[in-house]
Ligand binder design. Structure first.
Ligand SMILES: Nc1ncnc2c1ncn2[C@@H]1O[C@H](COP(=O)(O)OP(=O)(O)OP(=O)(O)O)[C@@H](O)[C@H]1O
Ligand SMILES: [Mg+2]
Length: 217
């Protein structure tokens, strides 16, 4: 399968401190649904920011074929920011974003101000915007964190369909069972790569990094 992302031996430190990720390599093929799990502070967001070209790693390099879409873990918008969803999306994403919102039955929020949306609705607008550039690789940081059961299912079906159509989808999630049951391949990250491969074989590494309290279904 055609590789759309290759990352080699990524190491990063902030302000010259200890490495927060070390020697992390991964590759993504077209149409792959790839999950990254790991405890708080294990370097997941840092890895995603490097893959998305938002920060430059101290060592290592990233190659991407085509465009990369990035959905951040959090977004801070000033409370008086006046733009509506429609204005934002028309400016940034155009028609393709509207299609995403319509598919997710969110055209009802079209005329709302972005700042007035719920956390989950904001996340879906961000996904729509990231997709509107027609990325070959879509990076999502905690896409389901604020979503209710209904929207989580919607997003999951949507991301699976997206990968089926050829987009490589990489998502970071604390929802371990969600990743283990839905990803084609999974990485367990704890500064270094603790495991990489089939979700069916990740259980031991997951228990090791999260402690024995975690139940893998
Ligand atoms: N801008 C920054 N400046 C300094 N240190 C940072 C910065 N961003 C992250 N860190 C540190 O890097 C480490 C990894 O952070 P990162 O956000 O990548 O973790 P994470 O796995 O995404 O965590 P979470 O599950 O809580 O989102 C943490 O120890 C964090 O404190
Ligand atoms: Mg994070």
């Amino acid at each position: 399968m055609e590789k759309v992302l290759r990352a080699e031996k990524l190491t990063h430190t902030y302000s010259g401190g200890d490495p927060v990720i070390e020697d992390v390599s991964l590759s993504l093929s077209r149409g792959e649904l790839y999950g990254v799990v790991g405890p708080n502070g294990s370097g997941k967001t840092t890895l995603l920011k490097i893959l998305g070209g938002i920060i430059k790693p101290l060592k290592g390099h990233v190659e991407i074929r085509g465009k990369v879409g990035y959905v951040p873990q959090q977004i801070f918008v000033e409370e008086h920011f006046p733009a509506t969803v429609k204005e934002l999306i028309t400016a940034v994403g155009g028609r393709a974003s509207y299609d995403v919102l319509a598919q997710l039955h969110l055209h009802t929020i079209w005329d709302k101000r972005f700042v007035d949306l719920s956390g989950g609705q904001k996340k879906i607008v961000l996904i729509g915007m990231a997709l509107s550039i027609k990325p070959s690789v879509l990076l999502l940081d905690e896409p389901t964190a604020e979503l209710d059961v209904h929207f989580r299912k919607h997003i999951l079906v949507f991301l699976k369909e997206l990968s089926r159509q050829g987009t490589a989808v990489l998502m970071v999630s604390h929802d371990i069972n969600f990743i283990l049951t839905n990803a084609d391949r999974v990485m367990v990250l704890c500064r270094k790569v603790e495991f990489e491969g089939s979700p069916t074989k990740a259980g031991e590494a997951v228990k090791r990094v999260f402690g024995m309290g975690v139940t893998v279904e």
